[in-house]
Write a protein that binds this ligand. Structure first.
Ligand code: ADP
Ligand code: MG
Length: 730
């Protein structure tokens, strides 16, 4: 059974309305004429069999125009091609039949059970169908209805079918007009998303009345070149839509879906490609040139050699920076894969070319950690990073600001405030953004608006499948560090139920006694930060007693940043051995001596978050452990997956599989929300093709003004119109 997401988050109407905004006033007359003639773009109300009342009901399903109706596709198909002739049914069979209701009624059995029953007839015979305990069906099934039923056949005063499922395929009272369905065996019945006051059969009848003219019109609007359709084996749009509405066999559906999937992926990629091209046009790029007087000695000074993945990614970044066009690159890699080293090299590259580089972190704590890391890393080449956060005040701040303005300071580390406040740089060339979480369109827009530096490198420690990266960040170039530095001791992960809690805490004690440190982490319950704090505080008190020979710290979101900083600092310095925390520690604090991570209520966390938390241990040479507590009898599939691998990319794929693409990304992730037909797992190849072709096209014809691309430009405007602004960001 094929199904589509039945409630698109974006409708063709909004595409269209947005598109309208693009029409110049001078074209108004032409537009009105065109619209009045167009079934596709005109209001659905004026289509056959609709009218004002039904139009309003259709509007509840976001069907406003003829085009919306054409894309209001069946969410289910009843395959009547394998229907059994009624005369052939034997007790013991499991059957699917189609027949007209010749009689019906509700029977009362002696045990006061009420049974709804009908007799249906096809060309070959009649059979009784009975629904014990469902008398209300009497109201929804009428005489002369065409029913599709399936279920077991048994013997009860003759043959009787007990339907597991039933569908009213057609109803005599439906004003389906001349195309009213008659019993035709050997066809697939389309079942449409329905709404109050409009049954799926009525929707179907409306489609029947208007399908041909709408298809004729859409045939003139084929947007994919024939060559592409041949290459990718995709049907024409008209054929695809026909097959989706009225398949002659179920096997027609998938190729048609692929066609629509490719189309939507392609237009999304076209949007990304245009945003990328526009950025390149609007940003005065910098070519970072200069002898490698800093980068080479830096890499030589490292106490290790770069991994193959680091080498490759550094090469990509270097080439990007040397090119005049602005770099807009996402640097993805699991926690501990060595992104910081690559980012440091990039910052030095900016410096040796005479520019400044800024690293932005999401919190002050992290900014400080980055500053410390960079200080050590860059020491051999005599570059001292300047720290600029809200915590740097007074004289120190003035001094830092002055050094940034004069250009003396080459490398600066700070929070997002760096670009929000009017900090003056002498020559900022590169911004490195450490985004521990997935970043949304909004954040990227801000970054882009800031427009201060030519080049941007965004570090993300949240591995996501490539397919998702292409959809969400298709306008960025993506570099992936998919290899861990050698000699890392893998973290041992366990999942434990309530009975094993004590044992886990005993183990924690052993580790603390051996001089290590540990974390106990609580999930954030978003609705109530106060409750979170309470839970963490209560547990903290308990653990203070239980581990009274150790120092137990508490860290939660209600603490001021100074307080957090204080606690964290004491943990980093080893004064605190056990840290009870809500997820604030998720964001990348490194304490090499911490070897145990206990995660309370682990089911509350997403896979990516769990993996992030686990990444807080295993930062040193000692064997580290992560234990996830679950409350139920058996751990969820998610927790099992978590324990089975520490490869973040594998887990990301698994997350996608378990939750589905709609849930992995929230509403704010426009890219995914717009996908109605594409399935990021199934359509990976199509996605790559869509991206390759979209980029190629935009390179040849950035404004899509060539004659043969006009259709594409129009379609893009209709689909995304005003939304394109959202995608200009980065
Ligand atoms: P990330 O920023 O991706 O989480 P880091 O850059 O902080 O990772 O690196 C994690 C640790 O691994 C650091 O201690 C770093 O010095 C070390 N490291 C980085 N690259 C290598 C390498 N190629 N070989 C050995 N150790 C490395
Ligand atoms: Mg790091």
């Amino acid at each position: 059974m094929t199904s589509f997401r039945s409630t698109p988050t974006c409708t063709w109407r909004s595409y269209w309305q947005a598109g309208e905004g693009l029409v110049q006033a001078g074209e108004e007359v032409e537009r009105v004429t065109r619209m009045s003639r167009s079934l596709l773009t005109g209001p659905v109300q004026y289509l056959k069999g609709v009218g004002p009342v039904r139009a309003e009901r259709l509007a509840h399903m976001e069907v406003h125009t003829g085009r919306d109706l054409l894309y209001h596709l069946p969410h289910r198909y009843e395959d009547a091609t394998t229907v059994d002739p009624i005369s052939s049914l034997q007790p013991g069979d499991d059957a699917t039949v189609i027949g007209r209701v010749v009689s019906k009624g509700v029977l009362h059995t002696r045990r006061r059970l009420r049974v709804f029953h009908v007799v249906i007839r096809d060309d070959t015979g009649m059979i009784e169908c009975a629904w014990p305990g469902r008398p209300w069906l009497d109201r929804s099934i009428a005489k002369d209805d065409l029913l599709l039923v399936s279920g077991p056949v048994r013997f009860y005063h003759g043959r009787q079918l007990q339907p597991r499922e039933h569908t009213v395929l057609a109803r005599a009272s439906d004003d389906a007009g001349p195309t009213a369905v008659t019993h035709d065996r050997g066809r697939v019945f389309s079942v449409y998303p329905a709404t109050e006051g409009l049954t799926h059969r009525q929707v179907r009848a409306i489609v029947d009345l208007n399908l041909e003219p709408l298809l004729t019109e859409i045939a003139g609007r084929e947007v994919l070149p024939e060559r592409w359709r041949d290459d990718l084996d995709l049907p024409r749009l008209e054929r695809a839509l026909r097959a989706l509405h009225r398949p002659s066999a179920l096997s027609d559906v998938e190729p048609a879906r692929r066609r629509l999937a490719f189309e939507e992926l392609f237009f999304l990629q076209l949007l990304h490609a245009r945003a990328r091209a526009r950025l390149r046009l609007e940003t005065a790029g910098l070519a970072f040139e200069g002898e490698p007087i800093l980068t080479r000695p830096f890499i030589e000074s490292l106490p290790f050699t770069l991994t193959g993945a680091q080498e490759r990614v550094w090469g990509e970044v270097e080439a990007d920076m040397e090119r005049k066009s602005p770099m807009n690159r996402l640097l993805q890699g699991d926690v501990g894969s060595g992104k910081t080293v690559v980012a440091a090299a990039a910052m030095l590259k900016a410096a040796e070319a005479g520019y400044q580089a800024a690293l932005m972190a999401p919190t002050e704590l992290l900014a400080e950690q980055h500053a410390r890391t960079l200080e050590t890393l860059l020491e051999p080449v005599n570059v001292k990073p300047v720290l600029l956060t809200g915590a740097v005040t007074g004289k120190a701040r003035e001094y830092a600001l002055q050094r940034l303005a004069s250009g003396e300071a080459r490398v600066v580390v700070g929070t997002h405030a760096l670009i929000q406040d009017a900090v003056e740089f002498a020559a900022l060339g590169l911004v490195v953004i450490d985004e521990q979480h997935r970043f949304g369109v909004e954040q990227r827009r801000r970054l882009r608006d800031a427009g201060m530096a030519s080049d941007a490198l965004v570090m993300s420690a949240t591995p996501i499948p490539r397919s998702l990266a292409l959809v969400l960040y298709g306008d960025l170039d993506v570099s992936v560090i998919d290899e861990m530095p050698p000699g890392r001791v893998p973290i041992v992960t366990g999942v434990r139920g309530p009975k094993k809690r004590d044992a886990a805490f005993d183990f924690l004690r052993e580790q603390l006694e051996a001089g290590r440190q540990g974390y106990v982490v609580y999930p954030i319950i978003e609705e109530s930060e106060i409750l979170d704090v309470r839970a963490a505080t209560a547990e903290h008190e308990e653990l203070v007693e239980r581990f009274d020979e150790f120092e137990v710290g508490l860290l939660h979101g209600r603490l001021s940043s100074a307080e957090k900083d204080g606690v964290m600092r004491r943990f980093v310095e080893g004064e605190i051995q056990l840290l009870v925390a809500t997820t604030v520690i998720e964001v990348g604090i490194d304490v090499p001596n911490a070897t145990v991570m206990l995660i309370e209520d682990a089911e509350r966390f997403g896979l990516a978050q769990l993996h992030q938390l686990r990444g807080r241990v295993g930062r040193g040479a000692e064997q580290s452990y992560c234990v996830a507590f679950h409350s139920g009898k058996v751990p969820s599939e998610r927790l099992q997956a978590f324990a089975s691998t520490d490869d973040g990319f594998l887990l990301a794929e698994e997350d996608l599989r378990l939750r589905g693409q709609g849930d992995v990304f929230g509403r704010e992730q426009h890219g995914v929300a717009l996908l109605r037909f594409a399935d990021l797992e199934r359509d990976r190849k199509l996605l790559e093709e869509a991206r390759r072709r979209a980029r190629g096209l935009v390179e040849r014809d950035p404004s899509l003004s060539h004659r043969e691309h006009r259709f594409l430009a129009r379609e893009l405007a209709e689909r995304y119109g005003g939304r394109e602004a959202l995608y200009q960001v980065g």
